[in-house]
Design a protein around this ligand. Sequence first.
Ligand SMILES: Cc1cc2nc3c(=O)[nH]c(=O)nc-3n(C[C@H](O)[C@H](O)[C@H](O)COP(=O)(O)O)c2cc1C
Length: 354
Amino acid sequence: MYYKTLKKLLFKFDPETAHGLAEFALKNGGNFDFILNLISKNFSYQNEALKQNIFGLNFANPLGIGGGFDKNATMIKALNALGFGYLEYGTFTPKPQPGNAKPRLFRLIEEESLQNAMGFNNEGWEAIAKRVEKNYPFKAPLIANIGKNKITPNEDALKDYEILTQKFKDLCDIFVINISSPNTPNLRDLQDEKFIKDIFETMKNITTKPILLKIAPDMSFGKAIDLCSCAVQNGTNGVIINNTSIDYSLTPNAKDFGGLSGKLITKKSKELFKAVANELFGETILISCGGIDNGKEAYERIKMGASLVEIYTSFIFKGPSVIKNINSQIANLLEKDGFTNITQAIGVNAKKAI
Ligand SMILES: Cc1cc2nc3c(=O)[nH]c(=O)nc-3n(C[C@H](O)[C@H](O)[C@H](O)COP(=O)(O)O)c2cc1C
């Protein structure tokens, strides 16, 4: 079935039910090799030029699924078969939690954007660890995106991240620290130098796996650069720019809670990425996320300094074909620019590289 038809059907349901239906299909489809092969044959795209090694890990392409799509690690195999070059599960927390009151996920159809106030609804570390154990090590790099429970006060937040690092150090290739969701009260207050210093010290004592910091888009360029520089000084292996935005001036259709994602944040996200990349390209791995829905946009971020890119909202609006489209467009643009491998394009437009 073409996604256009499927989307018509899915969009008849409220967004969270639609997500649940998609998850049901991807989770169960992932149990059968012949279905995975079928998905892969139809959707995935291979090209030598897109392959790179980062952190000693092989990435078949630079496109990953953004955090929060696969909160409970139920769709790893199917998402890989669809063509993502790396997978991310979470954000999950030590204890299971239901997340915020529903409705908490909204479509802004005209704007090809979403607004969500999910609040780290997840099954908790134990259930997720049991599931990931069956899939790890995985053939594509696997990221664990970790957060704190809503009931954990910020003074004790470090403990939550410590527990999850302990429990998942042998169940992922990379960690992402999420202190940038707008949907857990005061979580973003942890985006400060003291917490960054403490969390990297704590996690680095437990694991040698690469650790990435994911930041919010709602801060000045200067603050973002300071925050990312602080993470670099404290041993981060990379930064993901960025999470959803609480800049409700981006549309008159926004609710006054939850984070915006998709086309509405493309410009904001790109500008913030550019500002940070111009300072930090070459010093750490940079990952761009926010409003990417085509290969040209992804390639621009790569030339600005992104080694990897991530999508969430365009996957909902455009369907699985967006993965192949983005990857094949990047490959075409690389060829057009005379590059034989993606690594030659990364950061060519970053200020420091010129
Ligand atoms: C419904 C929804 C849930 C999300 N949950 C998480 C999450 O749990 N952890 C996280 O790091 N990011 C989460 N995000 C943010 C995305 O990973 C991404 O950073 C953001 O949506 C911007 O990318 P996009 O414009 O391609 O969607 C969520 C986004 C959406 C739309």
